[in-house]
Design a protein around this ligand. Structure first.
Ligand code: PSZ
Length: 283
């Protein structure tokens, strides 16, 4: 990556530095987005811009650019970096101010963005991944895509230490979401996933999947489900911007179904690919 965005301007990557008193650095006082790029085009860009605006609005950071300007800025960055397949990361913090928990008055927010090359994880999509269960210890506004990711990081690290790809979080008996993904179960042909409330991030991949279900007469229940339902599921999968629709084949060492990605998961992977190709061209 040769170039990055610093406060609305494309600069050399090496010049994109922020102050040690930036509130993003001191307090995690900011929000972010990760957008997938296929064939040099952003996938579901509009939805990501909307969520970015919503996250920043919910913590009282006023975006210095509108969604069209942000989109154009990221498109220019993708072009400058000749990115074909990867991600673009964008974040905004409340800005630079002497340390004090309360919001500083009249400080300019700090917007940064960069790109990263990233292949499609074809192997994981085909074979599926192993997961662990862990108690969800995060705050009660998981709908905000906050820079504060300690709960998520600790959950992911626990998974990594057990040789697993993802940690499935639960509050008591109720499954919420992965450390960086939404979780779905399939039971008797019905796709079940946590409703989008304050306890999870309203995944954009999740919404693409739910729209695909609606368009193909696949029944959906958006509701909380329990650890017991998870253990009895025919199929389990996760979704995220970079993991797309990834089958889950084991949870805490216990095989899901017959240990192979199931038919509904496979179907949703195919529909997801169709949607990518409709927006970004043939992969
Ligand atoms: O590259 C990566 O590892 C990524 S890119 C996006 C994510 C991870 N995770 C997004 C996410 C999340 O962090 C949490 C807590 N829940 C759900 C999701 C899925 O959101 P979308 O589908 O919008 O990426």
């Amino acid at each position: 990556m040769k170039y990055a965005i610093l406060n609305g301007k494309i600069v050399n990557r090496t010049e994109a530095k922020v102050d040690i008193e930036d509130r993003g650095y001191q307090f995690g006082d900011g929000v972010y987005e990760v957008i997938r790029v296929y064939n040099g085009k952003m996938f579901t860009a509009k939805e990501h811009m909307e969520r970015f605006a919503k996250s920043s609005d919910s913590i009282g950071i006023k975006l210095p650019y509108n969604r069209e300007q942000l989109t154009k800025m990221l498109e220019d960055l993708i072009e400058k970096n000749s990115l074909k397949l990867g991600i673009v990361y964008m974040q905004i913090t409340r800005g630079v101010a002497p340390r004090n928990h309360a919001f500083p008055s009249a400080v300019a927010p700090c917007l940064t963005a960069y790109t990263k090359e990233l292949p499609i994880p074809v192997n994981l999509l085909q074979t599926g991944v192993k997961t662990i269960l862990t108690e969800d210890i995060r705050w009660l506004r998981c709908d905000i895509k906050s820079l504060n990711l300690l709960g998520n990081i600790l959950a992911k690290q626990k998974a990594a230490e057990e040789g697993c790809y993802e940690a499935i979080q639960h509050r008591g008996q109720e499954v919420t979401e992965g450390s960086s993904s939404n979780i779905f179960i399939v039971k008797d042909g019905v796709v079940i996933t946590h409703e989008s409330n304050n306890l999870i991030l309203k995944g954009i991949t999740k919404d693409v999947i739910l729209r695909a279900c609606a368009g193909h007469h696949i029944r959906v229940e958006e509701r909380t489900f329990t650890l017991n339902e998870l253990s009895q599921a025919d199929e389990v999968f996760l979704s995220s911007t970079t993991s797309e629709v990834t089958p889950i084949v084991a949870i805490d060492g216990k095989t899901v179904g017959d240990g192979q990605p199931g038919p509904v998961t496979r179907k949703l992977q195919a529909l997801f690919k169709q949607e990518i190709e409709a927006q970004c061209g043939v992969l």
